[in-house]
Design a protein around this ligand. Structure first.
Ligand SMILES: NC(=O)c1ccc[n+]([C@@H]2O[C@H](COP(=O)([O-])OP(=O)(O)OC[C@H]3O[C@@H](n4cnc5c(N)ncnc54)[C@H](OP(=O)(O)O)[C@@H]3O)[C@@H](O)[C@H]2O)c1
Length: 216
């Protein structure tokens, strides 16, 4: 039996990450407030896939992935149950995108640079072991992306070193190199990378890139 992963989110991010975990031998339960939304996915996703409510998927997961609309993230944590998330590795793939149109290709956030969505969620579920990951690239590249032999960089952060090590293992399976940017406050820098990633898309319809940290 593979590690159990609860994926909270019925959107494309939840679907793509669930597919990646299934591909790599994990068991996955996806959560939605309306489990009917996931029936078609469950029917084709195979024997290791199941669907339930946010709370059921959170209970199921040894690892929990949060992949809901940023403005709904705190509500989703409440629905999962902060006590249910306690002690679990929680991958936060979300971005705090406001319900406003981009300004000349630049997304608008509802957080400031002295704050981040992940820090808000960590306060809402203090015993959960949050790790920011997958937030700075389009979902088409989440799982074993092909950049001509070059491994792209996933920027991660969080308070719990063991949790970051586990997520680094997942990212290695998913074909990424991880760069650990430190504690939860680093989410203030990682989340806005989503703005940068989206600009070529909004301005030039170019969505086929990822970040790489060059080092020497
Ligand atoms: N699109 C990308 O390529 C990409 C890449 C990196 C990160 N992200 C981030 O990933 C997250 C998910 O994106 P997405 O496009 O897959 O999905 P989305 O459309 O942003 O969100 C869909 C999910 O949000 C939940 N939701 C919406 N309103 C809610 C509310 N009031 N209370 C509780 N839950 C609510 C929905 O719940 P129900 O299932 O109950 O309807 C659904 O599961 C976002 O934060 C996005 O910024 C996106």
């Amino acid at each position: 039996m593979g590690t159990k992963v609860g994926v909270i989110g019925s959107g494309v991010v939840g679907e793509t990450l669930a597919g990646g975990f299934l591909k790599h031998g994990y068991e996955v339960m996806r959560g939605s407030r309306d489990a009917g939304k996931l029936a078609a996915w469950k029917a084709k996703a195979g024997a290791n896939a199941s669907a339930g409510t946010f709370a059921e998927a959170a209970r199921f997961g040894e690892i929990v992935v949060l992949a809901v609309k940023g403005t709904a993230a705190e509500e989703a944590v409440k629905l999962c149950g902060p006590e249910t998330l306690a002690g679990k590795v929680v991958i936060d793939a979300m971005n705090p995108i406001a319900d406003l149109p981009p300004a000349n290709g630049v997304l608008r956030f509802f957080t400031t640079l002295d704050d981040s969505l992940m820090e808000r969620l960590q306060k809402a579920a203090p015993k959960a072991r949050f790790v920011k990951a997958f937030s700075c690239v389009g979902n088409a590249y989440f799982v074993n992306p092909d950049f001509g032999g070059v491994k792209p960089t996933m920027f991660i952060c969080g308070a719990d070193a063991a949790a970051k090590k586990q997520v680094t293992g997942v990212l290695t399976q998913f074909g990424w190199e991880s760069e650990d940017m430190g504690g939860p406050e680093a989410a203030r820098a990682i989340e806005p990378l989503c703005m940068l990633w989206c600009i070529p898309g909004f301005l030039r319809n170019q969505w086929t890139h990822a970040f790489k940290l060059l080092k020497r």
